[in-house]
Design a binder for this molecule. Structure first.
Ligand SMILES: *[C@@H]1O[C@H](CO)[C@@H](O)[C@H](O)[C@H]1NC(C)=O
Ligand SMILES: *[C@@H]1O[C@H](CO)[C@@H](O)[C@H](O)[C@H]1NC(C)=O
Ligand SMILES: *[C@@H]1O[C@H](CO)[C@@H](O)[C@H](O)[C@H]1NC(C)=O
Length: 516
């Protein structure tokens, strides 16, 4: 603990220093908490260049990241890409919202450049992807600047039951910027910490079960977990084609929506899922739903048991109740104390079947991913396991183990047991979440935290998490709006109006010792 305190004091000094650093303010423009819209307005006024913005974020990363350990790599071409964006801006009139905006990618999202794509593991250092992930290509086409790669729970936490949430071999332990002992939560913690501490403008994370919602919740930022298939997974290190989804983690709902608008769409390399979800993408995109009257006429449901149980003794409950009143005041109907049949089955990965199926799907998907690489030190799950045994010091194999990887390796495809488990998940989703939403004609289910993630994960449903407050110890928590497939427009209206009415997010002041 003492060591952590010292390093956090250093972090604080870095923050204080960076607050008085002139790079921060270009005329009347303050870069801390700057939104995409603020940045674009400054670009237009010629108050700020993309290159200055990249330099600001690099400076911020160099000051804060040694303590927070949220960023794994910097793109050596980031400044050149920013230059290019600045040149384009001089020549072209109307550029998209992400043009010239620095983006950080979770380190499982493939980039065909000088950077590594490793899911936090040394086993994939030096591997070469055949092409950019589809979401990365879309970002580049939109003129975004790829700033670097963000840390994550190694292999998304699918390596071992003993491995800490906030750890990967390449990055070490990450730190929650709000509370020194607080968990930043996996697996997209690097993306969430980075935007929370203004180390980048916006970021991408991925979710199989909770990996966007939870880190957004724990680091007081906005996360959008899109309906599975809305964003292509091609070129992203996989776990499950049924559950994986790529989404934005940003400081505001509007920023996240601007990113979402760029990354959604059909991809021939992830055809089945993206073609099937394409019907959900509204003409004109999602930004039209950034509506400050978005709560008017909406109907939202609250299931307290078991989702609010973790907050039993916390002030979070009274803040949540206050927020429900905000929803009502803004014109929404709140149906409280609803119940979901067989909820304990839905939330138990062994009973729901999720655990069984993910183990089998991971082996199939990761082997496929590894085989498609142009170069890789490992070509199969078996070789990853071998690598971990061979380099126990690098991968802390003796300390953290790899039981999940080994269990996954023991599976042999989707057999009878797995297919039954898939059917089970479909059935409990129909009889659980779908039934709740349809019978009560709900636009969203409102919960605190991220315990709802498993129910949404097994059915491929979307969710948006928005900062909701801080408990008595300063630990952030979010409010999560979950909906049926393809209902992002409604969820965005609700989340945006809620955010504008409450403005709960505060940038971290880090750990402030009394004497400073
Ligand atoms: C990728 O990993 C290699 C090996 O550790 C390293 O030399 C290189 O600098 C990494 N790339 C970047 C952009 O950090
Ligand atoms: C508090 O949580 C426990 C489970 O942890 C639950 O059984 C109990 O009903 C909760 N109490 C209230 C007042 O909701
Ligand atoms: C709830 O679970 C029980 C026992 O597994 C099962 O018989 C019943 O059909 C389930 N109910 C629903 C609505 O799925």
């Amino acid at each position: 603990m003492g060591r952590v305190k010292v390093s956090l004091s250093v972090l604080l000094l870095a923050l204080v220093w960076s607050l008085v650093n002139p790079i921060h303010t270009c005329s009347d423009f303050n870069i801390i908490e700057a939104t995409i819209q603020d940045i674009q307005a400054s670009f237009t006024r010629n108050d700020l260049s993309s290159k200055q913005l990249v330099d600001f974020y690099l400076h911020q990363i160099h000051s804060l990241n040694p303590t927070l350990r949220a960023v794994l790599e910097i793109n050596p071409h980031a400044r050149d890409q920013a230059d290019e964006a600045d040149n384009e801006r001089r020549q072209l009139q109307s550029l998209g919202m992400l043009h010239g905006i620095p983006v950080l990618l979770k380190d499982s999202i493939g980039t065909k450049d000088k950077m590594n794509t490793t899911a936090g593991s040394y086993a994939l250092v030096g591997s070469k992807v055949a092409r950019d992930a589809h979401v990365v290509k879309k970002l580049r086409d939109a003129g975004a600047v790829i700033l670097g790669k963000a840390s994550l729970t190694e292999w998304y936490g699918s390596r071992s039951s003993l491995m800490p949430d906030a750890w990967c071999a390449r990055g070490g332990f990450a730190v929650n910027p709000y509370v020194e002992w607080g968990n930043p939560c996996g697996s997209s913690y690097g993306s969430a910490i980075s935007v929370a501490t203004n180390m980048v403008a916006v970021s991408l994370g991925t979710e199989t079960d909770g990996s966007i919602i939870c880190p957004a919740d724990h680091n007081s930022v906005v996360g959008i977990k899109p309906t599975v298939g809305l964003t292509s997974r091609a070129g992203v290190i996989p776990i499950s084609p049924r559950q994986d989804t790529i989404g934005p983690i940003c400081r505001t709902v509007a920023d996240a929506v601007h990113v979402l608008d760029v990354i959604v769409g059909v991809d021939p390399r992830d055809y089945e899922a993206t073609a099937s979800a394409a019907k959900f993408i509204p003409p004109g995109g999602y930004k039209q739903f950034l509506n400050t009257e978005g709560l008017k006429g909406k109907k939202v449901g609250v299931v307290r048991k078991p989702f609010l149980n973790p907050y039993n003794k916390s002030i979070a409950i009274s803040i949540f109740d206050h927020h429900l009143n905000v929803l009502r005041e803004r014109g929404a109907t709140v149906l409280d104390n609803l119940e979901i049949e067989n909820i304990s089955t839905i939330l138990d990965p062994f009973q729901s079947g999720e655990a069984i199926v993910l183990l089998a799907e991971f082996k199939l998907s990761i082997n496929n991913y590894l085989q498609e690489l142009l170069f890789s030190p490992v070509r199969s799950l078996a070789e990853i396991i071998e690598f971990n045994f061979k380099y126990p010091d690098l991968e802390m194999t003796n300390e953290y183990g790899q039981d999940y990887l080994i269990a996954s390796e023991m599976t042999s495809g989707l057999g009878h047991e797995e297919n039954e488990a898939v059917e089970m998940m479909e059935q409990i989703s129909q009889n659980g979440f779908e039934k709740l939403m349809k019978e009560n004609q709900l636009d969203a289910l409102v919960t605190l935290g991220s315990d709802v993630s498993m129910m949404l994960a097994i059915g491929g449903y979307p969710a948006i998490t928005v900062p909701a407050g801080y408990d008595s110890q300063g630990m952030p928590f979010g409010i999560c709006f979950g909906g049926l497939k393809g209902t992002e427009p409604k969820l965005i209206e609700i989340a945006y109006d809620f955010e504008q009415a409450t403005r709960a997010r505060k940038p971290p002041t880090f750990y402030l010792p009394e004497e400073i």
